[in-house]
Write a protein of this length. Structure first.
Length: 563
C-alpha cells in the first residue's frame, strides 16, 4: 500500500476540496494564459533542436553528422515535432501550449495528493504565470520535457491497483527518457523510488519520524524494476549509437567535451558560490524564497509537516537538479518551478484559513465592521497582482491579433525579443535567401542562429549547426579545421556571417562571429577565396559564392602553420 493522503488538519480545509471546481478554474486560467504563446518565434536553442531533428529524419546520425553538446533525448523529441508540424514558425509555441496544459495536470494531481485541491489550483496558476512571463526563450526547453517524464514516472509508481510490477518497470522507462534529456534528472530518483512509499504522519508527533509503508523487501523488489527499466533505456540508446557507427562521436561529445564545458563554468566564474546564489535569487526572486521559508515555518508550528514535507523534499530535489547543471540558466529552473509554486499554493490556503479564523473571532465578539474590514484586507492581498496580470494578458492577446493578420511582419518586429535574437535582420536574411536560392543551392551560417537553416529548408553543410563550440575554448581545435575542410569540399552558394551575437557565458569570448574571423585564418582565407559580399545588414553579412573558382587555394594546413 502507498502512503494515504494526509487528512486535512482543519475542517475548513475540507470545505475547500471541491476538486472539480478548482480543477476547472485552474485549467481555464492556464488555457487563457497560454493561448497567445502560439505567436512565439523560435529561439536559438529550439532552432538548433529543430534543424538537428530534421537531419535525423533524413537519416543522419547525431554527433557524427550533426552536432550539439546536449544529450540525445531532446533531438529525438524535436524530430517528432518536425514530423508533425513541418517547418512552421509557430510549432514551438503550439508545443509549449500543449506542454503547459500537460504539466499543469501533473502539478494539480501531485499537489492535490498532499495539500488539497485549492492549493493545487494556486500552484497550477502560479507555475503557468511564471512560465508565460519567461517568454519564448523557455518554450519547449529540455527541462520542460524532463519534468513531464519525471511526473509520469512518479504517478506510475504512486498509483494504487493492479499491474504493480509492470507499472514500476514502465516508470523506469520514463525515467530513462528523462535521463537522456538531461543527465541531472538522476536527482529525481528519490522522487520516484522513495517519496511515494513514505508515510509522513509521524513528523507531527513526538518523536518525529518518517516510515516506509511497505516492507523493505517488497520496496526493494519494486525499485529494482524501476532500475531495470532505466537500465534498459540506457542500453538501447547506447546500442543505437554503436550500431549506427556513431559511438566514437558520442564518446567525444558526451564524455570529453561536455564535462570540459561544465567544468569551465566552475573554473572561469569568479566567486562561483556567490554567483550561484545571486543567479538563484535573480530567477526565483526574494518573494518566492521568503514564501517557501514562511510555508515551512507555518507547517512546523501548525504541526502540518505531514502535508508540506513531500513538497519541501521535492523543492530540494528540483533545485539540486538545477545546481547539478552548474550554469544556472533561467530555463534550468523549470525543474524547480512546479514545487516552488506548490509552496505558494500551501501558503495561499493557510493565508485564507488565517483570515477566516480572524473574521470568525470578530463575528463572535460582535465586531461586524471589523469582520468586513478583515475580508477587505484579504481581498486586497489576493487581488494585488491581478491588475498587472490582466494588463499583461490583454497585451499578449493584442499581439496574437497582430500575428494572425500578418505573421512575417509580426515576427520581424517581435515585441519581446532576446537582445541577441535580431529577428528583423534574421527575417530579412531568410526572405533574401528564399527569393534567391535555387533548389540545388546550399547555405552556411557562421553564427548561432540555425533558424535561418530551418525556415529556408536548407541543411547545414557541416555537422556544426551553431558555431558556439568552434569559437569556445572548451572545444577541440581540430573541429575548426574540420569545418573548413567540409566547406571546401562543396562550397555552399550563400554564406551568412553574424554580428553582435557574442554569448560570453558560453563561449568565454566577447568577440562576435565576425570579429572571431580575425583569429580564424583558415576560414577567413576560405571566404576570401570563394565568396564576395552581397548584402550588408546591421547584424548579418550575406556572401555569395563567386561564379569562377579561384586558383589553387591555400592549404588549410599551410594556413594553420602560418598562424
Amino acid at each position: 500500500m502507498m502512503a494515504a493522503d494526509p487528512a486535512p488538519s482543519d475542517p475548513f480545509v475540507a470545505s475547500l476540496r471541491h476538486r472539480r471546481l478548482w480543477f476547472i478554474a485552474a485549467f481555464v486560467f492556464v488555457l487563457v494564459r497560454s493561448i497567445p504563446n502560439i505567436v512565439y518565434p523560435i529561439a536559438r536553442d529550439q532552432a538548433t533542436y529543430l534543424v538537428i531533428g530534421q537531419s535525423l529524419l533524413e537519416g543522419q546520425h547525431l554527433y557524427q553528422d550533426v552536432w550539439d553538446n546536449k544529450p540525445p533525448g531532446i533531438f529525438f523529441l524535436f524530430a517528432l515535432i518536425v514530423k508533425l508540424f513541418d517547418h512552421a514558425m509557430w510549432c514551438v509555441g503550439l508545443v509549449d501550449i500543449l506542454w503547459l496544459l500537460a504539466i499543469s495536470y501533473c502539478i494539480f494531481r501531485f499537489t492535490e495528493r498532499y495539500l488539497g485541491s485549492a492549493a493545487a489550483a494556486i500552484a497550477v496558476a502560479t507555475n503557468a504565470t511564471w512560465h508565460v512571463w519567461a517568454g519564448y526563450w523557455e518554450a519547449a526547453q529540455t527541462e520542460t520535457f524532463l519534468m513531464l517524464f519525471v511526473f509520469v514516472s512518479y504517478f506510475l509508481v504512486a498509483r494504487e491497483g493492479r499491474w504493480v510490477r509492470s507499472r514500476h518497470f514502465a516508470a523506469g522507462l520514463f525515467f530513462g527518457a528523462a535521463f537522456w534529456l538531461k543527465y541531472n534528472a538522476v536527482m529525481f530518483l528519490p522522487f520516484i523510488a522513495i517519496l511515494p512509499y513514505l508515510d509522513f504522519q509521524g513528523l507531527d508527533r513526538a518523536p518525529r519520524r518518517v516510515r516506509l509503508v511497505i516492507p523493505w523487501r517488497q520496496w526493494f523488489s519494486r525499485v529494482a524494476l524501476v532500475g531495470v527499466g532505466w537500465a534498459l533505456t540506457v542500453v538501447v540508446v547506447l546500442g543505437h549509437f554503436w550500431l549506427a557507427g556513431a559511438w566514437e562521436a558520442l564518446k567525444e561529445v558526451q564524455f570529453e567535451v561536455l564535462p570540459l564545458y561544465s567544468r569551465m563554468a566552475l573554473e572561469r566564474t569568479p566567486d562561483y558560490p556567490l554567483w550561484a546564489i545571486n543567479q538563484t535569487e535573480f530567477v526565483l526572486g526574494p518573494p518566492t524564497e521568503i514564501a517557501t521559508l514562511v510555508a515551512l515555518v507555518l507547517a512546523w508550528r501548525l504541526r502540518d509537516l505531514a502535508r508540506f514535507a513531500p513538497v519541501l523534499l521535492s523543492v530540494a530535489m528540483g533545485y539540486a537538479c538545477v545546481a547539478l547543471q552548474v550554469r544556472f540558466h533561467a530555463y534550468g529552473f523549470e525543474t524547480a518551478f512546479p514545487f516552488f509554486a506548490m509552496a505558494w499554493g500551501y501558503l495561499g490556503v493557510k493565508l485564507f484559513q488565517g483570515f477566516h479564523v480572524v473574521a470568525r473571532g470578530c463575528l463572535a465578539r460582535g465586531w461586524r465592521l471589523a469582520r468586513v474590514l478583515v475580508w477587505v484586507v484579504f481581498a486586497n492581498v489576493i487581488l494585488w497582482p491581478v491588475p498587472e496580470q490582466v494588463v499583461n494578458i490583454g497585451v499578449h492577446y493584442q499581439a496574437l491579433g497582430h500575428w494572425w493578420r500578418e505573421r512575417d511582419v509580426f515576427y520581424a518586429g517581435y515585441p519581446w525579443p532576446n537582445p541577441i535574437s535580431h529577428f528583423p535582420d534574421q527575417i530579412r536574411v531568410i526572405n533574401y535567401l528564399r527569393s534567391h536560392l535555387q533548389p540545388e543551392d546550399g547555405v552556411f551560417v557562421w553564427g548561432s542562429e540555425p533558424l535561418i537553416y530551418f525556415l529556408t529548408r536548407r541543411p547545414c553543410p557541416t555537422r556544426f549547426v551553431s558555431n558556439l563550440a568552434l569559437i569556445s575554448p572548451w572545444s577541440p581545435p581540430a573541429w575548426r579545421i574540420e569545418m573548413v575542410e567540409d566547406l571546401r569540399k562543396a562550397p555552399p552558394r550563400y554564406l551568412v556571417v553574424a554580428r553582435d551575437d557574442a554569448v560570453p557565458a558560453i563561449s568565454y569570448t566577447r568577440w562576435d562571429s565576425e570579429e572571431f574571423l580575425n583569429v580564424y585564418p583558415e576560414f577567413t582565407i576560405f571566404i576570401a577565396d570563394y565568396y564576395q559580399p552581397e548584402e550588408d545588414l546591421e547584424n548579418f553579412v550575406i556572401y555569395r559564392r563567386r561564379e569562377i573558382r579561384p586558383g589553387p587555394a591555400v592549404a588549410v594546413g599551410a594556413a594553420s602553420s602560418q598562424k
